[in-house]
Design a protein around this ligand. Sequence first.
Ligand code: IPE
Ligand code: IPE
Ligand code: MG
Length: 244
Amino acid sequence: MKLVSSLLETSLPPPVHVGIIMDGNRRWAKGRGRPRIDGHLRGMEAVRKVVKGSIALGVEYLTLYAFSIENWKRPAAEIRSLMGLLRLYLRQEIKDLDQQGVQVLFIGHRTLLPDDIVSLIEEAEEQTKGNTNLNLVVALSYGARQEITAAAQSVARQVEAGELDVSEIDETVFMKHLETAGMPDPDLVIRTSGEQRISNFLLWQVAYAEFIFVDTLWPDFSDDDLREAINEYHRRERRYGAAG
Ligand code: IPE
Ligand code: IPE
Ligand code: MG
């Protein structure tokens, strides 16, 4: 096990996998009379803090919901500026993430993304491959229902090809066809901005995750808030349907 930070209230191990639905960027900007993009820009700074915090706290997997498949329905101008910020982030941060020992991975529909962003994503994955301080999974153009549907198609293709018998399909086999194959399920999911919904995030994987909803808007979220959420997680009792 990794060195567990003394920053937490207890000596319990930190959650292995934390997922965050980073919400509230536009409301943050609106509240300040600033353009939406300012909210997204400040949101990027929150990402930096939370990545550093996750490493310090000993979290092994951090999945950040950055752009949902449904977010393609937003106005073209907002999508353009979001893609612009993403380009900036990928160009500026990858070297730094690599130096921090972070392995960066992406889940989501790449075919919908601009070609140059797909290239940057591939380069980021290649450059940070094998780093072990933190696995940063970025859910981009991601939708859980689409992921599950694609997994069902992939399983069906194996059956059709005679490589798999229908009776062999179980949870373990099915999970191997998800984009998160090989990753542990999230232990803790945090959503910022006061909204209490999942918005198509990791539906299969969060079956037994603990959920923490905070009112803080994403650009204001910090490593202190992450620590507080983990302290709250440690106060919960996970029962998995068994006796308490
Ligand atoms: C989260 O903030 C970022 C993305 C979904 C891309 P929003 O842009 O959803 O901001 P709010 O929730 O409307 O305030
Ligand atoms: C969820 O936020 C998606 C991301 C944080 C990337 P949204 O703002 O898109 O979700 P809804 O529309 O409030 O459900
Ligand atoms: Mg939102």
